[in-house]
Design a protein around this ligand. Structure first.
Ligand SMILES: Cc1cc2nc3c(=O)[nH]c(=O)nc-3n(C[C@H](O)[C@H](O)[C@H](O)COP(=O)(O)OP(=O)(O)OC[C@H]3O[C@@H](n4cnc5c(N)ncnc54)[C@H](O)[C@@H]3O)c2cc1C
Ligand SMILES: NC(=O)c1ccc[n+]([C@@H]2O[C@H](COP(=O)([O-])OP(=O)(O)OC[C@H]3O[C@@H](n4cnc5c(N)ncnc54)[C@H](O)[C@@H]3O)[C@@H](O)[C@H]2O)c1
Length: 460
């Protein structure tokens, strides 16, 4: 027998970006809403607690520290510990605000406990105070994703961390090995090298940053290597041994077998859907072969009153995509239902290494593959007065234009403040205007945005 039963209009499972934005909106429409979050340390979801915000806070501090020369390892370790404490304070503040932003709304309640389906309309929630059964007219699954741990001997060792776990460690590892050279692997490599760790990235792929054009990938690799980061490509970890002073990774790569000693090992080998424990079979909700919840372009599952938002639905794993999932659902429920995942054009991304790498549209390789005749231009970041003033002269910017109609096909910015500038380019590309309009736009000075004038002038 459940300790408590509740009937609501909308049940949101998981406190992700889409769900936490949807909850107050639904409540404002007069609906009774419950948001279920399994951990009190995760109010607000991955992004603010263990994802974007804490990593970018550390990246900022690492960048400032990397500009100071001659610091001892002791001073660097102390600066790192302080940065972790500052990050924790920021996260606590945001977590409390996120909780209040839902629970403080009339009509919306946060329930803390793990949710699992009993049937398509009812969900059981195990809370500290007992079991709840929540019956809902509409259910929105927003449970996010978690790190994949490769199945290799020694993976349960004492110095092995996921990104979430490493973010809690206040002691700077002198030697950090990172398994996986994707977003998380590269961002953590940049952060920890900035604080002073000796970092090695072990990536099984044969190419460094395979999605980027070779000239950009080479520039990123050269820049990160200059910061002391070592990359082993086409490499695999066969096993990990837990020694008394360090862990030993047994690595094979084309150069042969080698042993690598590390004080911490970050596993950053991709993230998979959090569906375990949801008992989706009881609701009849279908999953893809990769284990993500299957949805249509309006994010409805095969069960008409159940939707899935955010990482759990197998879309791109970005906070701003989860937020856009919310817009699609809002539009389906209260608008004309026109908005869908097919409307996503020129979605930018930023990898927050130092300097950040941002991209929107097509790379040159993609444009050629798609059959475009292209004109390209590249400009070193050092050409920008703002980059010089920021003392961030590393990097390369590149634009790809359609030679036949003058449209901008894509821009890659490996440069300071590119996480901001790329959004201007994305907005511009949506207008469909010829590249010359952006080339001749008036931008403030000194700014990184004005580099777009020079970059595009190099096209002609
Ligand atoms: C280290 C790291 C850095 C990142 N950096 C960036 C970045 O800079 N920019 C960016 O855009 N994206 C970044 N991301 C990705 C981004 O964090 C995610 O794409 C985003 O948070 C997706 O959120 P979501 O809406 O899918 O759900 P989440 O925010 O993941 O929330 C899901 C919630 O559901 C809860 N939950 C799970 N199962 C249950 C259950 N059975 N019952 C109840 N609750 C449950 C979880 O505890 C969690 O709080 C990063 C991710 C990581 C890991
Ligand atoms: N700045 C951002 O927007 C940001 C930052 C961090 C994370 N994220 C999101 O989180 C997601 C997950 O990040 P991630 O870095 O874990 O995944 P990822 O898919 O970006 O990269 C995983 C990498 O690990 C490699 N790999 C897998 N198994 C391996 C093994 N056994 N040995 C060696 N290499 C192995 C893969 O080849 C791949 O390059 C990203 O896809 C991204 O969407 C976004």
């Amino acid at each position: 027998m459940a300790d408590r039963r509740e009937k609501v209009d909308a049940l949101i499972i998981g406190f992700g970006k889409g769900g936490k934005t949807l909850a107050p909106y639904l409540a404002a429409q007069g609906l009774k809403v419950i948001v279920v979050e399994k951990s009190p340390l995760m109010y607000g979801g991955t992004c603010i607690n263990v994802g974007c915000i804490p990593t970018k806070a550390l990246a900022h501090d690492a960048h400032l520290l990397s500009q100071r020369v001659g610091l001892s390892m002791e001073a660097r370790s102390e600066a790192y510990a302080q940065a972790v404490r500052d990050k924790n304070a920021l996260v606590s503040l945001l977590r409390a605000k996120n909780f209040d932003n839902v629970n403080g709304r009339p009509g919306a309640t946060v329930l803390t406990g793990a949710a699992s389906f009993l049937n398509p309309r009812e969900v059981r929630v195990e809370t500290e105070d007992g079991e709840w059964i929540v019956e809902a007219d509409r259910i929105f699954i927003n449970t996010g994703a978690r790190a994949v741990l490769p199945n290799l001997p020694g993976i349960e060792g004492s110095r092995i961390y996921t990104s979430t776990e490493l973010l809690e460690v206040e002691r700077l590892p002198a030697r950090l090995a990172i398994v996986g050279g994707g977003y998380i692997g590269l961002e953590f490599a940049s952060i920890y090298a900035g604080f002073g760790s000796e970092v090695t990235v072990i990536e099984r792929g044969t190419r460094f940053m395979p999605r980027e054009d070779p000239d950009i990938a080479d520039e990123v690799r050269k820049t990160l290597e200059k910061k002391g980061i070592r990359f082993l490509l086409n490499a695999g970890v066969n096993r990990i041994e837990d020694g008394s002073d360090a862990s030993i990774l047994h690595v094979s790569c084309p150069e042969g077998e080698s042993e690598l000693a590390a004080d911490a090992i970050l596993i950053a080998a991709g993230r998979t859907a959090n569906t375990e424990g949801l008992n989706l079979d009881a609701a009849g909700v279908a999953r893809s072969e990769r284990g993500f919840i299957q949805v249509d372009e309006r994010l409805r599952t095969n069960v008409p009153h159940i939707w899935a938002l955010g990482d759990v639905n197998g879309g791109p794993q970005f906070t701003y995509i989860s937020l856009d999932d919310y817009r699609i659902v809002r539009d389906a429920l209260f608008g004309d239902g026109g908005r869908s995942t097919k409307d996503r054009h020129y979605v930018p991304y930023t990898v927050f290494i130092d300097p950040p790498l941002s991209q929107v549209g097509m790379t040159e390789t993609e444009a050629l593959r798609a059959g475009h005749r292209v004109k390209t231009a590249a400009l070193p970041a050092s050409a920008s007065p703002r980059a010089r003033q920021l003392r961030q002269t590393e990097g390369l910017m590149k634009a790809v234009v359609d030679a036949d109609n003058g449209r901008l096909l894509g821009v890659t910015l490996f440069a300071a403040e590119s996480g901001e500038v790329v959004n201007i380019v994305s907005m511009f590309m949506k207008t469909g205007e010829p590249y010359a309009t952006l080339r001749d736009s008036i931008f403030t000075h000194p700014s990184m945005a004005e580099s777009l004038n020079d970059l595009l002038s190099a096209i002609g």
